[in-house]
Design a protein around this ligand. Structure first.
Ligand code: CAA
Length: 387
């Protein structure tokens, strides 16, 4: 029942099938339990790594699959249809830290970190936000100070996805001084690993949804980072983070499309089975109209996402279109899952049926990697930047 408006190649369909079959066999039987227990299954990383899913857009010379963005997003949607928590782990790893290393890393950094990440031996995370720097990311306070050839980092990063399991964390910190504040230009990116002295994982968030994806605070307390762990140029970290979020937001859009697709499928199946007033509820126009609107929003979100992905693969700037795709897909996911609960009625409100989790999981797609309000700001600014 997936309405694919973008014609997929044979290779893309084959990878989609691998993702679908993996999700059905290795994820679907456990998703409800992982959600209930807020449990992340660590063996998933190795299994997804064996399939090549942790290096999907990494070139083969760095042990990745060398796939295009569209193929990656099609596979990601299949995982999200079954479990949005697993999908965000894949999305963050594939879109943010690995792409940052590929784009701005030195050859040594790629050898040491990117290759094992692409093989699925090390999981990546991304640490931009802080307790008091969310939408206003450039106001982050974590400070990095030079000490000989090293850097000493102090501060707290917040809302780090895969934070308890992330083994290579791309962390943004200020490298400008208190008397020389340079705003966004005073931020640099560092490759942080949990083995560095001064690293600790703090509070694990008790979340409404996406419960099987651990989200934590990370503390740097006189964290000593070797000089060769600075990524790219000093003072460019914020711009690297923003450029990476252009990619990351496509992954979140794919996750949202997957959640909405799952809600649509569950609702259509339930409406065909559930009888009231002597007939299946799908016979009532009130339900048909809901299903029609749900299907339209799922397909239009997917179409916009795939258009943005192909623009990226053509090498175009996608800042505006990735924000549009994320805005459209996340708001569609929230709306579609709300309608799904309504179609299920009381059964939609209990954990025994699937749409309750989908509704909870959908909400965060309107918040992380930039709220819907931030996406609108980015879209509006881009309207003028091209004139
Ligand atoms: N591509 C390239 N450069 C970009 C850019 C982009 N997409 N966006 C901004 N920049 C550049 C600007 O050109 C500017 O460069 P110059 O100094 O050369 O002029 C610099 O970055 C600063 O940009 P702005 O002046 O636009 O910065 P701002 O302070 O006004 O902020 C913002 C802009 C869009 C609001 C930005 O702060 C933002 O996106 N906020 C949301 C943060 C976010 O998405 N956080 C998610 C964290 S990750 C997460 O959710 C958890 C997870 O693991 C899933």
């Amino acid at each position: 029942m997936t309405w694919a408006l973008t014609p997929l190649t044979e290779e893309q369909r084959a990878i989609q099938t691998v993702a679908r079959e993996f999700a059905a066999a290795e994820i679907a039987p456990y998703s409800d339990r992982w959600d209930r227990d807020a449990y992340f299954e660590p063996s998933l990383v190795g299994k997804l790594g064996e399939l090549g899913f942790l290096g999907m857009m990494i070139p083969e010379r760095y042990d990745g699959m060398g796939l295009d963005t569209l193929t990656y997003l099609v596979a990601l949607e299949e995982i999200a249809i079954v479990d949005a928590s697993v999908a965000v782990m894949l999305s963050v790893h594939n879109s943010l830290p690995t792409q940052m290393l590929l784009r701005w890393g030195t050859e040594n950094q790629r050898e040491r970190f990117l290759k094992p990440m692409a093989r699925g031996e090390l999981l990546g995370a991304f640490a931009l936000s802080e307790p008091e720097a969310g939408s206003d990311a450039a106001s982050l306070r974590t400070q990095a100070v030079r000490d000989g050839g090293d850097w000493i980092l102090n501060g707290t990063k917040a809302w780090v996805s895969s934070g308890t399991t992330g083994e290579v964390i791309l962390a943004m910190a200020r490298t400008d001084g208190p008397d020389d504040r340079r705003g966004a230009r005073g931020i640099s990116a560092f490759i942080v690993t949990p083995d560095l002295p001064g690293f600790s994982v703090g509070k694990k968030e008790d979340k409404m949804g996406l419960r099987a994806s651990p989200t934590v605070q990370i503390h740097f307390s006189d964290l000593r980072v070797p000089g060769d762990r600075l990524l790219g140029d000093e003072g460019r970290g914020f711009i690297y983070a923003m450029q990476s979020l252009d990619n990351g937001r496509l992954g979140i859009a794919a996750q949202a499309v997957g959640i909405a697709e799952a809600a649509l499928r569950a609702s259509a199946a339930y409406a065909a089975e559930r009888k009231q007033f002597g007939k299946p509820i799908k016979e009532f126009q009130a339900i048909q109209f809901k299903l029609a609107d749900m299907a339209t929003r799922v397909s239009s979100s997917r179409a916009l996402l795939h258009a943005a992905a192909t623009a990226k693969d053509r090498g175009e700037r996608i800042t505006q279109f990735s924000s549009m795709a994320k805005l459209q897909a996340s708001e569609a996911a929230m709306w579609v899952t709300t309608q799904a609960i309504q179609i299920f009625g009381g059964y939609g409100y209990v954990k025994e049926y699937p749409v309750e989790r989908l509704f909870r999981d959908a909400k965060v797609t309107e918040i992380y990697e930039g709220t819907s309000e931030i996406q609108r700001i980015v879209i509006a600014r881009e309207l003028y930047s091209h004139t």
